[in-house]
Design a protein around this ligand. Structure first.
Ligand code: PLP
Length: 392
């Protein structure tokens, strides 16, 4: 048995994406910067991919820059904005992805910026009043707040934050890695300066991403080279990745409502099955159980500690792939779970679904979990989170 419920970490390639990239793995291998016909044809494919992404997001093609993934886009947007505009203050939250937190930490260490952490409520939601107070006290701030959280699924009201950003003349970056292809964006209307996407999160290839940079900005590049990506990112383009990214995003937006409906039903089904599983002491982290306030395909569940090892590892042994971190057996939760007012002595499991999952798979998963608990007298060993969890 192989059941893959780790789609917030990465996803399987969509068959349409495989079909779209095959010619670029075989015949169309020319360098898009080459002046001959073969090069021009490949360049046209890259330009077409840029137009597709821009069109899907309501942006201009000149606002889309291809990168090697969200991490690079985040580094480019944050470091580029801090350096280009001499921004000395950044507002972020304790539950951002490490790509954001580590980038900001480096700038803080180097004395470029001071960082303020916006208050979160006990479910991990941004306190907008606190955000406004921080903005009022610090003109010319960079805001770095994510749209969908990768561990607990919480959705942030990026429209409200964008309005505040404009009111206080701040620059707004939002990490949309988990919502790209799953939520609609209209970047002509939104008050967003920068956002990012990573193809492998929406059934595209790994190592391909993009950053949207609103055309009023020009950032300091991270990677200097042959002037590719209008000088914003040197290096020969990852043509296969770029073509695959655009196709994957196109497929995702074509089927957005159907996919959202499906994964949302899968989430509700798993919640209802767990409720009647007989396992006591299950709780849900952040907003992940909510159908409105969380990314539809992420469900973060805290389970009581097993006495004989980790639930995630036991599920792996029977071919069920999920992510998690455990406070049991001296393990520890991630920085996100630690930032929440969560019960300490639990094992935290992230189930994340895709359009390829089925209800039957979830029946098998709940059967497996129930069997594991039945064969293990549950003992809550110790409080406190110590080991670092393995979240993607
Ligand atoms: N931001 C969020 C919210 C993510 O979930 C991830 C990946 O897990 C990233 C950034 C980094 O993406 P990548 O590893 O594709 O660069």
């Amino acid at each position: 048995m192989e059941i893959y419920l780790d789609n917030a970490a990465t996803t399987a390639l969509d068959p349409e994406v495989i079909e779209a990239i095959l010619p670029f793995l075989t015949n169309h291998y020319a360098n898009p910067s080459s002046a001959h016909g073969a090069g021009r044809r490949v360049k046209e494919a890259v330009d077409q991919a840029r137009r597709t992404v821009a069109h899907l997001l309501g942006a201009a093609p000149e606002e889309i820059y291809f990168t090697a993934g969200a991490t690079e886009g985040i580094n480019l947007a944050l470091s580029g904005a801090i350096q280009a505009y001499d921004l000395s203050h950044v507002i972020t939250s304790r539950i951002e992805h490490k790509a954001v937190l580590q980038t900001l930490k480096r700038h803080e260490k180097e004395g470029d910026i001071e960082t303020s952490f916006v208050k979160l409520d006990e479910r991990g939601n941004v306190d907008l009043y606190h955000l406004e107070n921080l903005l009022r006290a610090n003109p010319r701030t960079l805001i770095a707040l994510m749209h969908g959280n990768n561990e607990i699924g919480n959705l942030t009201d990026i429209h409200a934050i964008g309005v505040l950003a404009r009111r206080y003349n701040a620059v707004f970056f939002t990490d949309t890695t988990q919502t790209m292809g799953k939520a609609h964006f209209d970047l002509q209307e939104a008050d967003i300066d920068f956002l990012v996407g990573s193809a492998h999160k929406f059934h595209g290839p790994k190592g391909a991403g993009f950053v949207y940079i609103n055309q009023k900005h020009h950032l300091k590049p991270l990677i200097y080279g042959g002037g590719q990506e209008r000088g914003q990112r040197g290096g020969t383009e990852n043509v296969v990745g770029i073509v695959g990214l655009a196709k994957a995003l196109d497929v995702a937006y074509r089927n957005l409502e159907a996919n959202r409906n499906k994964v949302s039903k899968l989430k509700q089904y798993l919640v209802s099955k767990l409720a009647i599983s007989g396992i006591e002491g299950i709780c849900y982290n952040g907003e992940s159980k909510s159908t409105e306030n969380s990314v539809a395909n992420v469900l973060s569940v805290s389970f009581p500690c097993l006495s004989t090892g980790s639930l995630v590892a036991k599920l792996d042994q029977v071919g069920i792939q999920v992510s998690g971190g455990s406070a049991c057996q001296g393990g520890g939760a991630s920085h996100v779970i630690q930032a929440l007012a969560c019960e300490a002595d639990k094992e935290n499991v992230r189930f994340s679904f895709s359009k390829f999952n089925t209800f039957e798979e979830l029946d098998l998963v709940v059967d497996a979990i129930t069997r594991i608990y039945e064969s293990d007298p549950v003992v809550s060993t110790q409080a406190g989170w110590k080991k670092i969890a393995s979240w993607a």
